[in-house]
Design a protein around this ligand. Structure first.
Ligand code: F6R
Ligand code: MG
Ligand code: MG
Length: 370
């Protein structure tokens, strides 16, 4: 029997340079040295450390399963040591996402974002790790739906009998803390009715259906769904989500997975977590938020998951995405011209968790009845 493996992608903003622009090389080195030591000790099989904008991203391959105290403990230790370095260098927002003082068995609910999945590896296991900055988990709704449910994106849904049956979507209501499992293609319209409201309903996982090539109880995609403001009780930056997506042989091909990002759709986040803007797919070297602290961006790290991690391949480092990036610039410019007006600025309800209410408070006494 083939032994299951787990891929964990755990991320946090531990501080950046300058402002919220980009993770500083010296803190990335700290993360690498801690994970190298854990690899030498045999705690993890392999690892990679990347960054998307001001977020430090730890990708770990191991056999401890999801929600492992050991693996989450390692991530926490890495982030604490990176924070110490960030404080020493007086980086901006040092330790921003470490919202609790002491580790208590699991990083969920403590600030970091987590996407992890345990599965039985196939003969060959292509996997893409997506990492976003300056946006929220719902930013993954549209591309994940496209990959696994939209025949105009994924030709395999039409052509390949192994995909033809569709998939099961696990959708979370992140306000009410509830979830629902729904099937494509038969429940497609109902799914869209939910996930179109991306600030509340988010795709958490995708599973194969029963009776197919792959085990129905092992996810093929997973998204981090942490809500930082719900943890912190006040605005501490957007959640800057991450996702893992397996590909090929009964799943969307790598190119179908990437095609879902060819349209730079509007997501919320950007400056002060308070603005709608286009999601721009960029190579690793451009994962650095500059214009108006953005625009929001996504990187894609391609791996073959074997006895170790083979990769990463910088998947958006391709002129084939230049048109998308150009389109994103045009949309960014168009949206920016609205200045403080909606729909560039988020609707009033969504501003509740930002610093805006503090500004409005002082006007309260001056309002008269009409
Ligand atoms: C967005 C983000 C930044 C900050 C902005 C203000 O997620 O992190 O746009 O919100 O730079 O930051 P402070 O309040 O730290 O000056
Ligand atoms: Mg930051
Ligand atoms: Mg960030």
């Amino acid at each position: 029997m083939v032994e299951k493996i787990t891929v964990s992608l755990i991320k946090a903003d531990i501080g950046s340079c300058p402002g919220h622009a980009v993770v500083y090389e010296e803190t990335l080195e700290v993360a690498k040295s801690v994970l190298e030591e854990k690899k030498q000790n045999g705690d993890i099989i392999d690892y990679r450390v990347l960054n998307c904008g001001d977020d430090t991203e730890l990708i770990m391959l191991h056999k401890e399963g999801v929600d492992s105290e050991k693996i989450h403990g390692i991530a926490w230790e890495v982030f604490e040591k990176c924070t110490a370095k960030a404080k020493e260098l007086k980086l901006y927002g040092a330790g921003q996402d470490l919202l609790k003082d002491a580790f208590s068995g699991n990083v969920r609910g403590m600030g970091p974002g987590v996407a992890e999945m345990e599965f039985t590896p196939r003969k060959s296991e292509p996997l893409i790790a997506f990492m976003m900055d300056k946006t929220e988990p719902g930013a993954f709704n549209l591309p994940i739906f496209r990959m696994f449910a939209d025949p105009f994106n994924t030709a395999g849904l039409v052509i390949d009998p192994a995909l033809h049956n569709g998939f099961v979507f696990e959708i979370w209501d992140i306000m009410e803390h509830k979830r629902v499992f729904m099937k494509t293609p038969e429940e497609m319209y109902d799914i869209l009715a939910l996930i179109g409201g991306k600030s509340r309903f988010v795709i958490k996982r995708v599973y194969p259906k029963e009776g197919g090539k792959l085990p129905a109880d092992e996810p093929v995609a997973v998204v981090s769904t942490e809500k930082l403001y719900q943890i912190a009780g006040e605005y501490v930056g957007k959640d800057d989500p991450v996702a893992l997506v397996r590909a090929q042989s009964g799943l969307p091909a790598v190119g179908e997975v990437l095609e879902a990002f060819a349209f730079p759709h509007l997501v919320s986040g950007w400056m002060r977590g308070s603005h709608n803007g286009p999601l721009m797919p960029v190579p690793f070297r451009y994962a650095k938020c500059t214009r108006f602290d953005g625009p929001p961006r996504v990187i894609a790290a391609g791996f073959q998951v074997g006895d170790r991690l083979i990769g990463p391949v910088d998947m958006f480092d391709d002129p084939a995405f230049d048109y998308t990036r150009q389109k994103a610039q045009e949309i960014a410019e168009y949206m920016r011209r609205h200045g403080p007006f909606e729909p560039h600025r988020l609707p009033h309800e969504d501003m509740e968790y930002t610093t805006l209410p503090k500004v409005l408070e002082k006007l309260e006494d001056r309002f008269e009845k009409i």
